[in-house]
Each structure stands twice: as C-alpha cells, then as structure tokens.
Write a protein that binds this ligand. Structure first.
Ligand code: ZN
Ligand code: ZN
Length: 796
C-alpha cells in the first residue's frame, strides 16, 4: 500500500469541493434549522498565523458538524482591512496601505484555502472596498439623523514633538512611543456614538447570552454600573454647583476635601482665576496625557491645590478643592468628595498633602460624629442622608456608569471617510445619501503629521456645500476600524447588495450569530460596539433583533515555549511551514488537540508528530478494512465490543462538538476507537462499522483524508453525509447484571463490567460458587452466551 500523500489528496479534494460549490450558501431553506457561524474577520496585517489557524479551525469544525446534522449553516469570511493594524503594516512594509493590504489579503487567502476551511468564498467582503464602506457612511448618516451620532470637543493625547495625536496604546508612562517626549492633552473636535444610551440594556441582556462568564464579567466591568447618590458641593466664589457621585453617602460628614479630575470642565475656569494658575496649568497638561489605568494605579499620589473651597452640604464645612490625577473623568462626574478615613486612595492623598482625616464610621459599621445620623448602621444611614439631602435640593439617588460614549473619528488616512461637509454658512452638513460613497482618495503621503493626512489632499477636500451650493470643505478625519467591525456580520448575509446594506429578511434570518468565535482581547471594545450597533439599528427599524452574538466561544493563545507566539519575540511557527511539511489535516487536528481551545496552549513539535502518526495510522488501518474481503459493506454487524465502542464514540464526539464544545477530548475519543479497531483486527465483524465511524467522526477536523477514505470504503460525499447517530442499546453502561443459568435455571446474578468479553463472561460465570454447586462433577455439554445478558451452562 502506498504511503499517504497529504499534499496530493488535499489538493484533489479542495478542487472537488470548489467544483461542487460545497461551501456555497444560496437562498436559505426555511424548513431547516439555521446556524450562523462567524469567526472574527482578520486584520490583513501580515501572513496567516497560528492564532488564525486556531480560530478558523474551530469555526470550520463546528460548521462541518452542524451541516452534517442537517442544519442550514452560513460560514463566511472577509477582511477587517481598514484601520491602524493594516496602516501600520503598510508603514513597516514601506508601501501604500491599499497596495500592502491587497497583497496581504491575497497571501492570507491563499493560505486559508490550503487549510481547507469551508468558507463561502462567494461572500468575501473587505472593509476597505467602496462597496463595503459606502454602507459605513450610510449607517453613520442614519445614526446621525437619530441623534445617536454627534460631534464634540474632547481631550486627546498629543505629542508636541511629532505633532501627532496618539492613541492610548502609544503612550507609555506619559511619554510618546516614538520620540519619548512628554505627552500633552489637546482639545479636539471628534465624532462620537451615543453608546451610553444603551448602558443598562447592555448590562441586563448579558444574562440572556451564552457567553463565557469571564467575558460577561469583562463587559459588566466595562459598563461599570454603580448605585449611589449625586451630591451637590457649592463653590461660592464661582457661584457654581459641583455635582459629585458617591456610593458612600454615609461617610459624607467625613468629607474633608474635594478632588477634581484634571479633565473636569470646571478646571479651565479655576486655572484662569487660581492663585496657583501656573503650577495648576502645568500639572493638568501632563496629567491629562497619562493613561487612565496608570493614573488610577499609581502608588504615589500627586495633585495641586486650586485655591478654592467648596461647601460640604452635610456640615457646611469649607473644604479645599484639589486637582489630582487619581480621579478619572470616566468615573461618576469626574469630581469626588474625599473621605480619607474610609477610602484608601483618599487616605494616601491626605497623608501626602497633610489634609485632615475625620473618621465617621466605627469598627462595627455604625455612624459616629454625623449629627442626627450618629448611631445609625451605615447602610441605613446612607439612605437617610440621601433622603435628607434630597429634601434640601442638595442631592439625589443616582446610578453611574463607567461606560462612555464612543469616540471613533481618527486623524488617520486608512479608514472610511466621514460623509460630512463643513460650510461657513450652514455648519456641518451631511453628504446626501445619493452622493455616497465619499471615496477615499489615493494619496502618496498618508502618514499622520499632526493634522489628518486627508487635509493635504486639497482637491479632494474642496467641494460644494450640499445645502447651499457654496464652497465647502470635507471632513478630513476617518472612521476607526471598529466601526467596520460593528456590523460586518450583517453584510455577510447579503454581501453584494448595491441597493441597501442588506436585505432585511436575510439579515433577520441569519442573525443573531449563533456561534461567534474570537479572542478574549475583543471581549470589550469590539463586542460592546457591535451590541450598541444592533440596538441602534433595531431602534431605527433596520433589523429585527437587538443582540449580535447569541453564543460566543473565546479561544486561548497559542504559545511556544510558554509565551504567546509573536514575531517580536521571535518564537513563531508559521502555518505555511507546517502546511508544506505535513498538510492541512494534521495542522487542523493538532491545533485543536493540544488542549482545551478556550485556554492557552503550548505548541510542541512532538505533539504535532504524534498527530501526523495518527493520520497515517488512520489511513493504513481504514484502507486495510476497505480492502479486506471479510468486512463487506451492508447490514449492521452483531453487537460486540468493537461495535459498542463505535457507538460510544459517536455519542461522545457528538456531545463534545455540541453541548460541551470540547474539541480535544473528541479527537482523543476517535483515537481510542482507532486503537480498539487496530486491536480487534480487520476480521472483527464490526471492523467496517468502526472504520466508517472513525472516518465519519473525525471529518470535521480532517476533511481531506476522511473524504479519501470514505471513497475507499465505497461511499461518496462525506461532507454532506448525515452525522452518525449512536445506537442507544449499544451505549455501554458501566456494568450490567449477568444472569447465570444451569440447564435454564437461574443460579446466580453477577454484576459485570460492560467491557467484559464473552470468554471472560463464561470464565466468571463458571467460577461462581453457586453455579459450581450445580455443575460440580457434571460435564458441560454446551455453553450459551447472550451478550450483555446471560450465560447458560447445559450439563449432563
Ligand atoms: Zn513624539
Ligand atoms: Zn452651505
């Protein structure tokens, strides 16, 4: 027998599938159960990597499994080809983003096809193509009309040396990633989506989603709901009320100073009038530039006294107002009442700047030194104080969310243009729907220079105002790539529609996505934004559902030598190398055999070799069975150990691929079945059943070799053959009751392991003392065995 040639066999079946249109999905069949499987579309920022191999193999295995279970399955692919990842890849490669992106898409597509992933390639969709981003622009205009998109000034991080706006990730310890200069804050007009409109709903509906608990927890934390009170602190010298959010109204009498976040809207006015204006101004400029997480986590507290005082509404005490960077604008109102006796960070600050510390809760949680509230338990006192403030118009119960509106406009080139024209007479005017798309011009100098690169494309910028016909200038900022990825799974359902972003019935039929798959790094931003989009589009009457992803599988990282594979660390194994050496089936099997796919996994060469050996053994043993005359095809074989093992494996793999989504244990089960077949030999009456079962069950992981073997076994088109169903009576129980008879009379009942062979059953039965008493001295003429039931000794 010739050795198995993965390359030849894989190329052959990929051609067959392409010719048969095996992965194409047309108009859905409404009589079938549908399943929409989407693995997050990739950034085309280089070549195919192992993270891709993992995520798309999971999607492909589930797709193939569900199709063979009779479901209508859609499994599309496209590229998240706009935005920073693609643009940065172009910087590195030294070319234009469009050229580099399209080259990368071509490379990745080729590798993807070699992997044998059953994507519906006819639906290939990429964000940088006008036929896609025209709908970004269209949807933006819809959201704008609905008041869910707006423009406002907001602070950005700014490098004064490079003259660029920096993303959060480009700031390290308050310094620019490129030149090391201290980053400053700058106020810039930007576009936002009103994500906060759905904060509570996003929180509530998390409960309805089949997502891993850690992902839900990450979203809950991102939305950050807290219940408390908004309390008014009056600043007399400015005739200004400063609302403060707190969850600890019970500690109000211990509030000895107030702190504003450096971004707080009042700070600018304070700086103008403060006796410490210079110190304050400098502090604010640099504090704003630091990253929120760094500020919140800093152990050394910094801050500046403003020279102003606020009135504590509990006791009318005049308390100093400070500006300090440990208070973040993202939380509450961006202003706090500091209670150093009962808050650790306030305490550190008070100690650093020698501010008074006044305890108002004792060790038993009872309020002290709190006027008429003294003696109340803190929880009770909290409500009483808020009610008392409310009566006097100085406070009210309030709920605060950490979630902020999403600022998504970027001073970058490689993104969808925002369809807005600025006119001196009319202001910001939307480009009419019929004039979309606003095409992104091909400019040579796309690098950011402090102003958006598109500002340099003067011919493009100058236009006429759609409203008055006078001169206008186009918006030069572009959309962040998270806008593209907020709705791409809708476009996949109707990807080439030139009249509308999607056909409503198709989008509603396929969505929500039944199985979404991707990395935990997208648990918050992308998956929050997509949820916002679905709620907004539903409110606009454009879709019939409000949640994008009914179920989510969060895959782990592929590590090598204990750390995540990454080019910068130089510990990368490229999928193409493995494909060249071992072919796709081995790689697809191995990536899901290493360990649980939702945990981090460590790639080893020996592990991969083990799987390669398994595929060769599968090929050899199944070929032997196929060629063996004693295992002819046809009726079900009598139940025996091997047939029971086959049915047990069907049940196990079906459960693992269904409810449990445990891919590595399913592969192990098939390996065990193959071992059992190998032990039993090709002459076992169930050899053919076992061989067919092993091939059929491992097909979702190894579609090429199994299709070849299926043909050898005399069948066709495994890819669309029904998924095997376990024969219930053959599912092994752990033990069964063996009835032992002598001449047809029951003499004993034995609890016997289900895996016990017939010979062993006879041996066990004959050694039973009760049975021996009846056959003692007699000659056993005949032994009748009914598998899994009975042994009858016929004696003279
Ligand atoms: Zn710089
Ligand atoms: Zn105008």
């Amino acid at each position: 027998m010739a050795d198995y040639d993965a390359h030849e066999v894989e190329a052959k079946w990929q051609r067959v599938w392409d010719d048969a249109g095996a992965a194409l999905v047309g108009e859905p069949d409404p009589t079938k159960e549908k399943s929409y499987v989407v693995a997050m579309w990739p950034y085309p920022s280089g070549t195919l990597h192992m993270g891709h191999v993992l995520v798309y193999t999971i999607g492909d295995v589930l797709t193939r499994f569900r199709k063979r279970q009779g479901m209508e399955v859609l499994h599309p692919i496209g590229f998240d080809s706009f935005g920073l990842p693609a643009e940065n890849a172009a910087f590195k490669a030294g070319g234009h983003p469009r050229d580099i992106t399209e080259q990368n898409i071509e490379n990745i597509t080729q590798s993807m096809r070699r992997m044998g992933w059953a994507f519906d390639w006819s639906r290939l969709t990429s964000a940088h193509e006008p036929e896609y981003y025209v709908w970004d622009q269209w949807l933006f205009l819809k959201l704008l009309e609905a008041g869910l998109a707006y423009r406002k000034g907001a602070p950005v991080k700014w490098c004064p040396v490079d003259q660029v706006v920096l993303a959060n990730e480009q700031v390290h310890d308050g310094r620019c990633e490129y030149c090391g200069a201290e980053v400053e804050a700058k106020n810039l007009e930007q576009w936002f989506f009103r994500t906060t409109a759905y904060a509570q709903e996003m929180l509530d509906e998390l409960e309805t989603l089949e997502w891993p608990e850690r992902i839900k927890a990450a979203q809950r934390n991102w939305i950050g709901r807290s219940e408390g009170a908004e309390i008014v602190f009056h600043v007399e010298e400015l005739a200004e009320d400063v609302p403060v959010f707190t969850t600890r109204a019970d500690t109000l009498f211990g509030g000895t100073f107030a702190v504003l976040a450096p971004e707080h809207p009042l700070v600018e006015r304070l700086i103008e009038r403060s006796p410490h204006a210079e110190e304050l101004g400098t502090y604010v400029k640099y504090a704003v530039a630091k990253r929120g997480e760094e500020r919140a986590a800093a152990t050394e507290k910094t801050g500046v006294f403003t020279g102003f005082f606020a009135t504590n509404p509990a006791n009318d005490a005049r308390i100093p107002i400070w500006v300090a960077d440990y208070v973040l604008m993202d939380y509450g109102t961006g202003a706090i009442m500091a209670v150093p006796a009962h808050d650790e960070r306030d305490a550190q600050f008070a100690e650093t700047f020698d501010l008074p510390i006044v305890p108002v809760i004792d060790e038993d949680g009872t309020m002290i030194d709190s006027a008429q509230f003294t003696g109340l338990p803190a929880e009770e006192g909290k409500l009483a104080i808020v009610a008392w403030l409310e009566e006097r118009g100085l406070g009210k119960p309030a709920i605060s969310y950490r979630l902020r509106d999403w600022g998504w406009s970027r001073q970058r080139y490689w993104g969808s243009p925002i369809p807005i024209v600025y006119c001196d007479a009319c202001g910001a005017v939307p480009v009419p729907y019929e004039d979309l798309p606003v095409l992104l011009p091909y400019i040579e100098d796309y690098k950011p220079r402090g102003i958006a690169p598109l500002a340099g494309a003067e011919d493009w910028v100058q236009t006429t105002c759609p409203s008055c016909g006078g001169p206008g200038r186009r918006e030069v900022e572009t959309m962040d790539t998270f806008v593209d990825s907020s709705w791409y799974f809708l476009r996949f359902t109707d990807p080439h529609n030139a009249e509308a972003p999607w056909r409503r019935d198709l989008a509603d039929y396929w969505n929500p996505v039944d199985q979404y798959i991707g990395g935990v790094d997208h648990a918050t931003m992308h998956m929050i934004y997509a949820r916002f989009f679905m709620k907004a589009l539903n409110d606009l009457g454009l879709i019939g559902f409000r949640e994008p992803f009914a179920a989510f599988f969060a895959n782990g990282w592929v590590n090598l030598g204990g750390t995540k594979m990454s080019k910068s660390k130089g510990n990368v194994i490229g999928p193409d190398e493995v494909l060249d050496e071992h072919g796709a089936d081995a790689l697809r099997l191995y990536i899901l055999f290493i360990g649980p796919a939702n945990e981090d996994m460590d790639w080893t060469e020996t592990g991969l070799e083990g799987i390669v050996r398994f595929t060769r053994r599968l090929y050899r043993i199944v070929s032997e069975v196929a060629e063996s005359s004693s295992s002819s095809s046809g009726g079900a074989p009598p139940a025996n150990d091997l047939s029971r093992k086959a049915h047990e494996t069907i049940a196990k793999v079906t459960d693992d691929l269904g409810r449990r989504q445990s891919f590595h244990t399913a592969i192990s089960a098939v390996i065990e079945l193959l071992n059992e077949l190998s032990r039993a030999g090709v002459d076992d009456p169930a050899a053919r059943l076992a061989a067919e079962t092993a091939v059929s069950l491992i097909q979702p992981w190894a579609p090429h070799i199994t299709e070849e073997l299926w043909q050898k076994l005399g069948h066709e088109r495994l890819w669309e053959s029904p998924w095997p169903v376990a024969d219930e009576p053959q599912l092994e129980r752990e033990t069964f009751e063996l009835v032992v008879q002598v001449n047809g009379k029951v003499r004993d009942r034995l609890e016997v392991a289900a895996t016990t062979s017939e010979d062993e059953l006879v041996a066990l039965a004959s050694t039973s003392p009760k049975v021996q008493a009846h056959i003692d001295g007699a000659q056993v003429l005949k032994t009748i065995v009914v598998p899994r039931k009975l042994v009858n000794f016929v004696v003279s």
